[in-house]
Ligand binder design. Structure first.
Ligand SMILES: Nc1nc2c(ncn2[C@@H]2O[C@H](COP(=O)(O)OP(=O)(O)O)[C@@H](O)[C@H]2O)c(=O)[nH]1
Ligand SMILES: [Mg+2]
Length: 219
């Protein structure tokens, strides 16, 4: 009983900070994406390629969440992007307060803020970080059974990217089963097949981001 009350308070506080983030981003006309996946599914690689394809036309800033190290932040900084690293020192997710603090250290004079969350398919799903859209990545080597095993994560997705499709020939991965289960759990999420190695599917993915940004700018 007590545990439920504490959890509710933590989530209520998080929600109020997420609301502050939304207000700041809306006032600055910044569109924010929150990337979530297992470790190694390809978040940083997809973010790198996405930035390469968008950076001539859009100002982009990046916040990286990881337990330790600034390895991913360094990869994105190398592309000339304003970057802040959050080390959660053991916490399995970013929360809205961490993102708010990181936003104070970063340029919000941009069109797009990309947040890379801590890698796992559980905790980040419960903590709203105030982003406009949640991007959840499932990669082919993780297996085609994961959508139903981690329904909370796939349910909060605005889009599900199925990455590493270049490896489909080496794995028993039933794409139609994944798409069917994704539709059952989250009928609204668009599923896009991608490979950050061959760049297959990126045209569709980039068009979706551009559509999201232009829709957000209409309000
Ligand atoms: N074959 C293949 N490897 C990929 C692809 N995307 C990422 N990788 C590799 O997967 C590993 C983990 O990628 P990373 O972006 O660091 O994953 P993250 O932990 O989710 O940020 C790296 O060795 C990448 O080069 C892909 O589409 N195909
Ligand atoms: Mg990463």
């Amino acid at each position: 009983m007590k545990r439920v009350v504490v959890e509710r308070k933590i989530l209520e506080r998080n929600e109020s900070s997420a609301q502050k983030i939304r207000t700041i981003l809306k006032n600055q006309s910044v569109f924010a994406l929150n990337f979530m996946s297992s470790p190694g599914a390809g978040k940083t690689t997809i973010i790198e390629e996405t930035i390469r394809m968008l950076k001539d036309n859009y100002g982009i800033s990046f916040i990286d969440g990881d337990l330790e190290t600034d390895r991913d932040a360094e990869r994105i900084k190398a592309l000339g992007i304003d970057t802040v690293q959050i080390n959660t020192s053991g916490a399995c997710h970013l929360d809205a307060d961490m993102v708010l603090r990181a936003m104070e250290k970063i340029s919000l004079d941009c069109d797009l803020l990309i947040i890379e969350n801590v890698g796992n398919l559980v905790c980040p799903a419960t903590f709203d970080v105030g982003a406009d859209k949640n991007v959840v990545i499932l990669s082919v080597p993780e297996g085609d059974d994961k959508v139903k095993k981690y329904p909370v994560m796939f349910n909060v997705a605005d889009t599900i990217l199925i990455n590493k499709t270049d490896l489909l020939g080496f794995m028993d991965f039933d794409m139609s089963k994944v798409k069917k289960e994704a539709k059952q759990i989250n009928p609204k999420a668009e599923v896009i097949e991608l490979s950050a190695k061959t760049m297959s599917g990126f045209d569709k993915w980039i068009s979706l981001i551009e559509r999201w940004i232009s829709e957000a700018n209409q309000y």
